[in-house]
Design a protein around this ligand. Structure first.
Ligand code: ADP
Ligand code: MG
Length: 684
C-alpha cells in the first residue's frame, strides 16, 4: 500500500527498524492521547487550566532574547471572543508556516505573564483554509517517534493506513474474544488510534477502553500461548533419568531431616517425586513464603537424584547465597554421609579447576554454585537434577539454556520471594507449580513496627533493651552506592552503631567485602560472638541464624515491600518473639509510610507481593525489567488481571485440545512473535 508522504527513502529507513508492512505501522500504538474534545472560547481561558482554542493569527513577531540569545516568537491569536499571546522559544522557523491570517489550533495551559494570560510552547496544528477543525479535535493520539516519522506525521500516516486498509484479519478465533466481550482486532485497532470522543479520560488512563483491553488480551494470549506450547513440547519429551524413591532411599530421606515435614512440604515433595520418576524432564516451580521450608524440600530432591546415581546441582543468584546454601546442604547431607561441593567465581582458579574435574568425572555428586555453574567450561558426568534458587533472575531463555546441560536434567525452580499468581503466570507460565502454603510449626509471629526518621532515638532505646536481653540484631542499610563508595557508606554505618552502642560487639557484612572476611563475620554472628550485624541487602536471602530475633531496616522506604518481607524473614526463625523495625527515611511522605504499614498489617508474603505489584508495578517487583520479564506494551498485570487469567485459560485449552483445532496460521504467528524472544525450539 502506498502512503502519502512516505517515499522510498523513508520506506527504507522504516524497513531498517523492522517496520515493513502496514500491519507493523498500525501496531505502533499511541503512548497517550491528548484531550482535544472541546474547543474553548479564549475569553474563558483561566491561568493554570488546560485550554484548547482555534483562532486566527493577528500578528507575528520574531526576536532574539537579549540575555540568552534565544529565538523567541510571539503571536497574537484571536478567536472572536478574545485574543491571547502565544509564545514559542527556539522555533522561529515556524514563522515560515505561521503568518498573519493563519488559522491555528492551540492546546496548552495558559499562565499569567507580564502582559496578561499567555500560552507558552503549546501543541498546535495549522488549519487549512476553510478547514473544519473537527479533523483535529477529539482524542488525539500521541506516538513515540518511529524512525523518521514524528508523532505528528504518524498521526496522519496511521490514520491514512487504517482508512485504506480493508478489515484487519483477526488471528484469534472470534468465539474466544466474544466470550470475553472483546471487540475484533479490526475494531480495536481503529478505536485505539482514534478513541471515540465520548470516551471518558479514565477509560484511557486506566486502560479500560474496549480496544485497549482487546490489545492487552492479545499480548497476554500470545505470551501464554507460547508458554503453553513450550509446556506441551516439554511434556512430549522423554529421556530424563528415572529417579525413583525406593524403600532404602526413603530411609535415607528420613535420616536427612532433623524434623518432621509439614503437610504442605510432604505434598509438594510428592509432586516432585512423581515428576522425577516419570522419565519426562521435570520443570517445576516451587513457590512458598519466606521460611516455609523450600530449601529442605529441594535438598530432599537432590538426595533422591544422587541416590539414583545422578548428579545434582543447586544454582543461587549470589555468591553469598551460594555459600549459605552450601553450608545448609553440607550440614544436612553430613547426616547421610554425603558431601557437597561449592563452585563459584570466588574460588581460586586451581580449586575451581579441581571441582570442575571432579564434576566431569562424576567424583562429586552434589554441587552448589552461582552462574559459574552454567558456564561453558563446566561439564557433568551425569547431571540428573538442577535446582535454581532465584529471585526472578533467570528468564525462560536462560532456563532453556541450563536445561541443555547434560542429558535432559530435571529442573526445580525455587522462587526466593513469594510472587503474585499473575506474575508467576507470566514469568513461569511454562512450568508446573507446587505451592507450600503452610509454615513449620511453632513459629511465633513477627511483630513489625514502622517508625519515622525522627523516631530513631526511640528505636535505639529499644535496641538497648534487646541487647540487654542478649538478642542478636540485624541492621540493614540500603546500599546507596556500588563499589568502594558503597563499602565506605556501610563502614560508616558500622562506625555509627559502634559509637551508639559502645558495649555491643558490632560487625559488618557487605557485598563488596572480601568473601573470607564476610564469611568470618557471618559465622561470628551465627555463633553469638557478634551482637549487631550491620549489613546491606546481601543478607536478604537465605541467611539462616535462628537466634537472631531483631531486624532494623534503615531507609526502609527505599526498598520494595516484597524485599522488606524477605528481609523480615531473617528473624522469627527461632522460639523467641521477633521484631522487625522499619525506619523510614527523612524524605518519606505519608504515601511511603502507608506503603510500609502494609507490613505491619500482614505477614502473608503473597499478599505483600500482590500489594507491591499494585503499588509499584512488575518492573520494580522483579528487580529490573531485563530479568526475564517479558515486555508488555499494553497489558497491565494489575488492571488486566481478569484478561490474564482468561488468556491463560484460553491458550492452555487451545493447546491441550486433543482435536488439534489450532489453526496453522496461529502457530506461525505465535512463533513469529514469541518463539524468537523466548529462544524456544521450533515445533514441527
Ligand atoms: P525457605 O527456603 O522456604 O525460606 P527454609 O527451607 O530455609 O525456608 O526453612 C526455613 C527454616 O525452617 C530453616 O531453619 C529450616 O531448617 C526450618 N524448617 C524447614 N522445614 C521445617 C519443618 N518441617 N519443621 C521444622 N523446621 C523446619
Ligand atoms: Mg530459602
Amino acid at each position: 500500500m502506498r502512503l502519502r508522504g512516505i517515499g522510498p527513502r523513508w520506506a527504507e529507513e522504516l524497513a531498517a527498524i523492522g517496520v515493513e508492512t502496514i500491519g507493523d505501522l498500525v501496531l505502533h500504538l499511541p503512548l497517550r492521547w491528548m484531550d482535544r474534545r472541546r474547543i474553548d472560547p479564549l475569553k474563558r481561558a483561566r491561568p493554570g487550566e488546560p485550554l484548547t482554542a482555534v483562532g486566527t493569527v493577528q500578528e507575528v513577531r520574531t526576536l532574539r532574547t537579549r540575555r540568552r540569545g534565544l529565538d523567541l516568537m510571539q503571536l497574537l491569536l484571536d478567536d472572536g471572543t478574545a485574543a491571547m499571546r502565544i509564545v514559542f522559544f527556539g522555533r522561529n522557523y515556524l514563522a515560515e508556516y505561521i503568518r498573519q491570517g493563519t488559522r491555528l489550533l492551540v492546546q496548552g495551559v495558559p499562565r499569567l505573564g507580564s502582559h496578561g494570560l499567555e500560552l507558552t510552547g503549546p501543541e498546535f496544528e495549522i488549519l487549512r483554509e476553510q478547514e473544519d477543525p473537527a479533523r483535529l479535535t477529539g482524542w488525539i493520539p500521541v506516538y513515540e517517534k518511529l524512525g523518521p516519522l514524528s508523532s505528528r506525521r504518524l498521526r496522519t500516516v496511521i490514520a491514512e493506513a487504517l482508512a485504506g486498509l480493508g478489515p484487519v484479519d483477526d488471528p484469534i478465533p472470534r468465539r474466544i474474544t466474544a466470550r470475553h466481550g472483546l471487540p475484533t482486532l479490526d475494531v480495536a485497532l481503529r478505536e485505539v488510534h482514534a478513541p471515540p470522543p465520548d470516551t471518558p479520560p479514565e477509560a484511557l488512563a486506566e486502560r479500560r477502553l474496549p480496544g485497549l483491553r482487546r490489545l492487552a488480551y492479545d499480548e497476554l494470549f500470545w505470551l501464554e500461548l507460547a508458554l503453553a506450547l513450550a509446556r506441551r513440547q516439554r511434556l512430549a519429551e522423554r529421556g530424563a533419568p528415572v529417579l525413583d524413591v525406593t524403600p532404602p532411599i526413603r530411609e535415607r530421606l528420613e535420616a536427612l531431616l532433623p524434623f518432621r515435614l509439614t503437610g504442605a512440604q510432604r505434598r509438594v515433595f510428592g509432586e516432585i517425586t512423581t515428576d522425577l520418576a516419570s522419565g519426562r524432564p521435570m520443570s517445576r516451580l516451587l513457590l512458598g513464603d519466606v521460611g516455609s521450608g523450600k530449601t529442605v524440600v529441594a535438598a530432599m530432591a537432590m538426595l533422591v537424584a544422587v541416590e539414583n546415581g545422578c548428579q545434582a546441582a543447586l544454582m543461587a543468584p549470589t555468591e553469598i547465597l551460594a555459600q549459605q546454601h552450601e553450608r545448609t546442604l553440607s550440614e544436612l547431607m553430613a547426616r547421610v554421609g554425603r558431601r557437597v561441593a561449592l563452585l563459584t567465581a570466588a574460588l581460586r582458579p586451581a580449586e575451581a579447576r579441581a571441582v570442575r574435574a571432579r564434576l566431569a568425572s562424576g567424583a562429586e555428586a552434589m554441587v552448589v554454585g552461582t552462574h559459574a555453574l552454567i558456564s561453558e567450561s563446566v561439564a557433568f558426568e551425569r547431571l540428573g537434577l538442577v535446582v535454581i534458587d532465584e529471585q526472578h533472575r533467570f528468564g525462560v531463555a536462560q532456563r532453556a539454556g541450563l536445561a541443555e546441560k547434560g542429558t535432559r536434567p530435571h529442573l526445580l525452580v525455587m522462587s526466593a520471594t513469594p510472587i503474585p499468581r499473575t506474575l508467576a503466570m507470566v514469568l513461569y507460565g511454562d512450568l508446573d507449580v507446587s505451592l507450600i502454603d503452610e509454615k513449620p510449626p511453632g513459629r511465633v509471629p513477627i511483630r513489625t513496627i514502622v517508625r519515622r526518621d525522627d523516631e530513631r532515638e526511640r528505636v535505639f532505646r529499644g535496641l538497648e533493651i534487646a541487647l540487654a536481653e542478649k538478642r542478636r540484631i540485624y541492621v540493614v542499610r540500603p546500599a546507596v552506592e556500588e563499589g568502594a563508595r558503597g563499602l565506605k557508606a556501610a563502614e560508616q554505618g558500622l562506625a555509627e552503631y559502634r559509637a551508639r552502642f559502645p558495649g555491643a560487639r558490632v560487625a559488618l557484612v557487605h557485598g563488596r567485602m572480601k568473601a573470607d572476611e564476610r564469611r568470618a563475620n557471618l559465622d561470628a554472628f551465627a555463633r553469638g560472638e557478634v551482637d549487631i550485624l550491620v549489613a546491606t541487602t546481601v543478607i536478604e536471602v537465605g541467611i539462616d541464624v535462628p537466634e537472631a530475633s531483631v531486624i532494623v531496616v534503615e531507609d526502609a522506604d527505599r526498598f520494595g515491600l516484597a524485599q522488606l518481607h524477605q528481609l523480615r524473614g531473617r528473624v522469627g526463625r527461632g522460639d523467641l518473639r521477633s521484631y522487625c523495625v522499619l525506619i523510614a527515611s527523612a524524605e518519606a511522605d505519608e504515601t511511603a509510610l502507608a506503603r510500609l504499614r502494609v507490613l505491619e498489617q500482614t505477614d502473608d508474603g503473597f499478599r505483600v507481593a500482590e500489594k507491591d505489584l499494585e503499588m509499584r508495578g512488575p518492573g520494580e517487583l522483579t528487580g529490573t525489567a531485563q530479568h526475564g520479564m517479558p515486555s508488555l506494551r499494553v497489558a497491565d498485570l494489575v488492571r488486566h488481571k481478569d484478561l490474564l487469567l482468561a488468556a491463560r485459560d484460553d491458550a492452555f485449552a487451545l493447546v491441550d485440545d486433543e482435536r488439534g483445532s489450532l489453526p496453522e496460521a496461529l502457530w506461525r504467528e505465535v512463533w513469529r512473535r514469541h518463539g524468537e524472544r523466548l529462544k524456544l525450539a521450533r515445533i514441527g
